[in-house]
Write a protein that binds this ligand. Structure first.
Ligand code: DSN
Length: 430
């Protein structure tokens, strides 16, 4: 069993120590292909586990409801400054505990209950907080949903791309107060320019949820939505590779409303240890090495998509331009569901998540799709060659899913690959 350098801090709690050691082992000996995950740096993890966890700091720098916040004020100011510089934004709020909190705070700040928001439908690639019937957002606001264009068998025009004619038509028909761009299962670049154009045609605000691609934007691999948007929300732990949490960027005119919606509107005391870790990650994301990293993420995804295609999987939207590949499993095997594929791959040491695909005939719990991402294993140093090998391992495990010996063999090949690409390799030697 492996051990992390943090274990020394908690040796008086063998149960938790043992659980952390097991998770350390899992993360470093199996493949992490969940598109929304990454390996945070040791510096980010150290700040997350720092003394700042002890401090109450309700309010904002210079306007706290508790004493003793001299240092915390500097921490949060540093995080805000680094973030506005990174994306060229007027104002940043770094307090949201998560992306969901950030999104709800934006709606709360800029809309009245019942106002209309035009957003991407969950089963077409949108997020729960984009008005899913299961989310509180759909109870408080009136969501109208756009989707993607129909699938086509013409490789030059594969379809399953954001349907801007549909966005424009719905915007003119429903006159939403806000148009929301951004997705959670969409493998193509989301161009903010046509969204801005449509928002201006109908006098709507434009919000861009860049949770998945914030790192790709910071690294210059994707267009920056900030100059086009009134508000940009995101999580800090996906491609941005920071601690688990959320953040909001906005134009100066909305700063006061956004801040009031986050605190006291949504949250109480901010997690200043997480904010310090966010500050660390914003600095990391501003370095030239981060641009190299995000370009490699995209190159790896393209190689992965091509290799998966060669194994018989269908790439939804015909390929990828970001950190994820969304697979339609039916072409590989009509009987194979996303649920079964995820479970088989788990047994083989390949961590993925099942996902609905556009017009999926199966339920969100079963699905016909699988979502895989390259951000985490790219952090671990993997390149195109390794992703081609992973595609072959996935196909092998899924083809032989009823053969335990074959699954054990794939798991052993996965472990051998991971041994050469441990994201915390040098760290474990401390
Ligand atoms: N659940 C996250 C994802 O995996 O995309 C988004 O919140």
């Amino acid at each position: 069993m492996g051990s992390s350098p943090f274990d020394a801090w908690i040796t008086n709690d063998p149960e938790v120590t043992s659980l952390l050691a097991r998770e350390w082992e899992r993360q470093t000996t199996t493949l992490q292909l969940i598109a929304s995950e990454n390996f945070a740096s040791p510096a980010v993890m150290a700040a997350t586990g720092s003394i700042l966890t002890n401090k109450y700091a309700e309010g904002y720098p210079g306007r706290r409801y508790y004493g003793g916040n001299q240092v915390v004020d500097e921490v949060e100011e540093l995080a805000r400054h680094r973030l506005t510089s990174l994306f060229g934004a007027d104002h940043a709020n770094v307090q949201p505990h998560s992306g969901a909190n950030a999104n709800v705070a934006v709606y709360q700040a800029l809309l009245e209950p019942g106002d209309t928001i035009l957003a991407m439908r969950l089963d077409q690639g949108g997020h729960l907080t984009h008005g899913s019937p299961a989310s509180i957002t759909s109870k408080w606001w009136n969501f109208v949903s756009y989707g993607v264009t129909p699938r086509s068998d013409d490789p030059a025009h594969p379809g399953e791309l954001i349907d801007f004619d549909n966005v424009r038509e719905l915007a003119h028909a429903h006159r939403p107060k806000m148009i929301l761009a951004g997705a959670t299962a969409y493998a193509r670049i989301i161009d903010p320019a046509p969204f801005r154009e449509i928002a201006d045609e109908v006098g709507a605000l434009l919000m861009f949820d860049s949770a998945h691609v914030a790192g790709l934007i910071a690294g210059g691999s994707h267009p920056n939505p900030v100059p086009f948007s009134d508000v940009v929300s995101f999580t800090t732990h996906k491609t941005l590779r920071g601690p688990r949490g959320g953040a909001i960027l906005c134009r100066e005119e909305f700063a006061k409303k956004i801040d009031s919606a986050v605190f006291p509107g949504q949250q109480g005391g901010p997690l200043e240890h997480a904010i310090a870790a966010k500050a660390v990650s914003f600095k990391e994301a501003s370095l030239p090495s981060f641009a190299t990293y995000t370009n490699q993420i995209v190159a790896n995804s393209k190689a992965f998509a091509a290799a998966l295609g060669a194994e018989g999987f269908r790439n939804v939207s015909g390929g990828t331009e970001n950190h994820m590949v969304l697979l339609d499993l039916r072409q590989f095997d009509e009987e194979l569901t996303g649920k079964v594929a995820q479970e088989v791959l788990d047994r083989a040491g390949i961590t993925t998540n099942r996902n609905t695909i556009p017009d999926d005939p199966r339920s969100p719990f079963i699905t016909s799709g699988l979502r895989v991402g390259t951000a985490a294993q790219t952090t671990a140093g993997m390149k195109e060659r390794e992703f081609a090998a992973i595609a072959a391992m996935m196909a092998r495990a899924l083809r032989h899913r009823d053969d335990d010996a074959e699954i054990v063999q794939v798991r052993s090949d996965v472990a051998a690959l991971c041994a050469d690409f441990n994201p915390y390799g040098s760290f474990t030697k401390l």
